[in-house]
Design a protein around this ligand. Structure first.
Ligand SMILES: [Zn+2]
Length: 65
């Protein structure tokens, strides 16, 4: 996902592509040549961290029974 902030009305609009025509959905301002900002998705190591935490919790639970 990418987003651009309209230089005209300051509203954010989102798109899955940074290429092609990009018009502001709020004021119809042409934002095609504005810089698209990539929305950072959760990096994999964060997911791994949570999974390992969850796994440890499950193991602790199993050991305490
Ligand atoms: Zn706008």
């Amino acid at each position: 996902m990418y987003h651009k902030t309209c230089s005209h009305c300051q509203q954010k609009s989102y798109s899955s592509y940074s290429e092609g025509h990009w018009g502001c959905p709020y004021c119809q301002h042409d934002m095609t040549y504005q810089k698209a900002v990539a929305n950072s998705e959760q990096p994999p190591y964060i997911i791994r961290y949570f999974l390992s935490k969850l796994h440890k919790k499950l193991l602790l639970k199993r050991n305490s029974i």
